[in-house]
Design a binder for this molecule. Structure first.
Ligand SMILES: Cc1cc2nc3c(=O)[nH]c(=O)nc-3n(C[C@H](O)[C@H](O)[C@H](O)COP(=O)(O)OP(=O)(O)OC[C@H]3O[C@@H](n4cnc5c(N)ncnc54)[C@H](O)[C@@H]3O)c2cc1C
Length: 388
């Protein structure tokens, strides 16, 4: 397998170098105009077409007959290393949900449009008062003829401003256990009654949206999975997010390389490069040790996922370790910049990236499960602590 994986890696790397749609500086992903949107959709289609995305799908829906999950990780790593536009988590999570829960008609309709880049998806789960405790969501779907009318508000919906489809969670039965009364729907984002309002983040960019639903009419063809079975769709989706954990090791190694580059580029008031100073070298050494520790944790987790030998706490441990170290590295970079007397062009470009990372890094300690929630899971699942 190792030789095959190496060969595959070279192939993907060459493909990205030849065709890759670059990430907009600072890793931003929401297109600025119609041309950029077309280019991103074409890039997603190219990745699916080459078998670099969706390789693990059943072959009748376009998967590779010789697929191994390790190859997904290689693709993700190469996209990071090549600074290429990364496929939307939402698209990949959505395809997992459709493949697992969709009817044949839904699969036939939706999967080819994911592959062709025609459909970008968003996830309409979180609400202003239902994030970590998602089961308390209040968006309701009231029966209306053979379908429902959906009313409520969603928030933090990444990419909703340009998504074509959304996976929506709504309460269809308020009389039963809160997990049991939720249904998942796949909805076109241009249905009457949907209003999408982008939100400006601390980074100055708009990647999330608020989504308001006012008596949005949905039919039985929009239900994903069993009626009232939406909680299963959520948990399956979260499990599939594990696929993204592995790429974090490369991300950390890249960040460390950027930190060293910054230390070389920054000039202190005496005119010397920061990297020549003992305290900066000590800081870099500490950072390297932490990066090594966390990449080991991440790679160990990946191995267990691939061997189907995963412990429930593996994902939370890796997520917690990665997202918290990510924040710590951005803080180190900003301290380094604070000591700078002057920056050349290279340092200025690095500084802009680190400023963005600093502001964005906290988001990663929230998305996919906030650090406090992860700590609770690790405490209970790994240490066997009682629920506080
Ligand atoms: C980058 C990013 C992308 C996102 N994309 C989407 C998306 O596309 N679609 C979507 O639906 N949602 C999305 N979200 C929302 C995300 O799922 C929620 O932000 C997350 O579930 C936390 O919910 P919350 O923001 O309501 O915070 P809360 O749940 O209100 O938490 C606030 C604080 O309280 C802490 N807290 C809460 N409960 C406990 C507890 N039991 N014990 C200890 N501490 C606790 C939390 O850790 C946190 O620090 C995204 C978020 C981010 C940051």
């Amino acid at each position: 397998m190792a030789a095959d994986v190496d060969e595959f890696r070279h192939e993907v790397r060459a493909f990205i170098a030849a065709h890759g749609h670059p990430m907009r500086g600072e890793g931003l992903r929401v297109p600025r105009d119609a041309d950029e949107e077309r280019a991103i959709r074409a890039w997603l289609a190219a990745l699916y077409g080459a078998g670099y995305l969706g390789g693990g799908w059943p072959t009748r829906w376009g998967g590779r007959p010789d697929h191994h999950p390790l190859l997904d990780l290689v693709v993700m790593e190469e996209l990071i290393l090549g600074d290429a536009y990364r496929p939307l988590d939402q698209v990949m999570l959505a395809s997992h949900a459709v493949l697992t829960y969709g009817t044949e008609a839904q699969k036939a309709d939706l999967l080819p449009k994911i592959r062709s880049g025609e459909h970008v998806w968003c996830q309409l789960f979180s609400e202003p008062d239902a994030g970590s405790d998602l089961a308390s969501l209040r968006t309701r779907a009231e029966p209306d003829g053979d379908g429902w009318r959906v009313t409520g508000q969603k928030i933090w919906s990444t990419d909703a401003q340009w998504a074509d489809r959304g996976t929506l969670l709504a309460r269809t039965d308020g009389t039963v256990d809160r997990h049991a009364g939720i249904t998942a729907f796949v909805i076109p984002m241009d249905l009457p009654g949907i209003e999408v309002r982008p939100m400006r983040e601390i980074t100055g960019h708009e990647e999330f949206c608020e989504v308001f639903l006012d008596e949005v009419r949905v039919g039985p063809e929009h239900v994903l999975g069993e009626l009232h079975g939406g909680w299963g769709v959520v948990t399956a989706g979260l499990a599939s997010e594990r696929a993204f954990v592995g790429a974090n090791a490369i991300q950390l190694e890249r960040m460390f390389a950027d930190l060293v580059a910054l230390a070389r580029a920054v000039r202190l008031p005496d005119g010397t490069a920061a990297i020549t100073h003992q305290d900066v070298q000590a800081t870099l050494a500490d950072a390297l040790v932490r990066v090594e520790e966390v990449t080991l944790i991440v790679r160990d987790t990946v191995e267990r996922i691939l061997d189907d030998d995963e412990h429930p706490s593996d994902g939370p441990v890796a997520k917690l370790a990665y997202s918290e170290l990510n924040v710590a590295l951005t803080e180190t970079a900003l301290e380094l910049l604070a000591s700078a007397a002057s920056v050349d062009d290279e340092a200025a470009a690095l500084a802009a990236r680190w400023h963005h990372n600093f502001l964005w890094g906290r988001a990663l300690t929230i998305s996919g499960g906030a650090s406090e929630i992860m700590r609770g899971l690790v405490g209970r699942q790994l240490l066997g602590l009682p629920r506080a």
